[in-house]
Design a protein around this ligand. Structure first.
Ligand code: SF4
Length: 345
């Protein structure tokens, strides 16, 4: 089991459930816009949000945002230790910084002291795209071994000052590399790991890469917190993260829809119906399996494990509960009837 850290009241690691994170794409200097996006993320199910803090002006507004935020906030900082200290003083729940990149051990010590004084954990965020030149020369390119070595170099700097309240990410845009890096790291130590594929490309492929990379690790029992990086609205990252957790069997809340691929026996607009069921139940938190099947011959049987379902007929359909038919209805009445029954389950 990994070590546990606490980020603004949210436990990461140990026996805690896998935590969903996302990152804002608003300007941190836009306090109202950032707060609006944090509220959207929270409503979608995000548990921790990260903001870029690229300069002192952003550090000041980051502190203002922290005061009003419904979620614990992570300050994302590159290079400037003064920004890390300002974010810690301003209410950050976690600081993401790489101590090897901030120039001098006195600076590392200053950041460690600012975090220790407030019980603020640090995330070391190693990224294949910005790996140290020395490691690139040693390994030829950003391999899993290079990412892990980089993570341990940064960790050693924090451990030198007795700081262990750390989690680590080793991200790459290459799925096999990020999976191998996390596996290798997990063999060597018990720091919690933040997992995600980075720079994932257009949304469809981004979802594929994230599901593969994050999903493979979760099935191995690796990964304490996840961020799905998508070139899209961050709220979509949260929905995708929830779906990956659900598919990996790690999230019971929310509806799991099973539906058949359709075939020559289908006589209703099943694809349209599945999309409508999905949209209607997107925010339903009941731990239900709902089946939407194309025919009464095979549908209820194939979906025997579902709590409730629809099986299509010729312009009509059956509602069934645990594989047993309970009601036959015209096509247009199927969706409202299904939703009404789900209300009562
Ligand atoms: Fe075809 Fe019926 Fe199976 Fe759907 S449930 S794929 S319609 S046989």
């Amino acid at each position: 089991m990994t070590r546990k850290i606490i980020v603004g009241g949210v436990p990461i690691g140990g026996d805690a459930p896998v935590v969903i994170q996302s990152m804002l794409n608003t300007k941190t200097t836009d306090v109202e816009g950032s707060l609006a996006q944090i509220r959207q993320l929270a409503a979608a199910g995000c548990q921790i949000a990260r903001l870029a803090v690229p300069n002192m002006e952003a550090a000041v507004t980051f502190a203002e945002i922290c005061k009003e935020s419904p979620l614990p906030l992570v300050a994302d900082i590159h290079f400037d230790y003064k920004l890390a200290i300002a974010a810690a003083e301003g209410g950050a729940a976690k600081i993401r910084i790489n101590p090897g990149n901030i120039g001098g051990e006195d600076r590392v010590q200053a950041v460690v002291e600012a975090c220790k004084a407030r019980n603020i954990p640090i995330r070391i965020g190693v990224n294949g795209g910005s790996l140290d030149k020395r490691l690139l020369e040693k390994y030829g390119h950003p391999t899993a071994e290079a990412l892990v070595e980089s993570a341990f170099e940064h960790l050693a700097l924090l451990e030198k000052y007795d700081f262990y309240d750390t989690c680590v990410s080793m991200k790459s845009s290459n799925v096999p590399t990020m999976v191998a890096a996390a596996r290798l790291f997990r063999e060597k130590c018990d720091y919690p790991i933040h997992i995600g594929v980075t720079e994932t490309g257009p949304v469809r492929m981004g979802l594929m890469k994230s599901a593969m990379g994050i999903g493979s690790l979760l099935l191995d029992g690796i990964g304490d917190t996840i961020r799905v990086s998508l070139t899209d609205d961050p709220v979509e990252e949260v929905y995708a993260a929830k779906d990956i957790l659900k598919a990996a069997g790690l999230r019971k809340e929310g509806v799991n829809i099973i539906s058949c691929p359709t075939c020559g026996r289908t006589q209703i607009d099943l694809i349209g119906l599945v999309n409508k069921v999905d949209a209607a139940l997107k925010d339903c938190q009941k731990p239900l399996t709902v089946a939407v099947m194309g025919c009464v011959v095979n549908g209820p049987g194939e979906a025997r494990e579902a709590d409730i379902g629809i099986a299509g007929g010729d312009g009509c359909g059956l509602i069934f509960l645990k594989g047993q038919p309970v009601e036959k209805l015209p096509y247009d009445e199927l969706l409202p009837a299904l939703l009404q029954r789900i209300e009562t389950l």
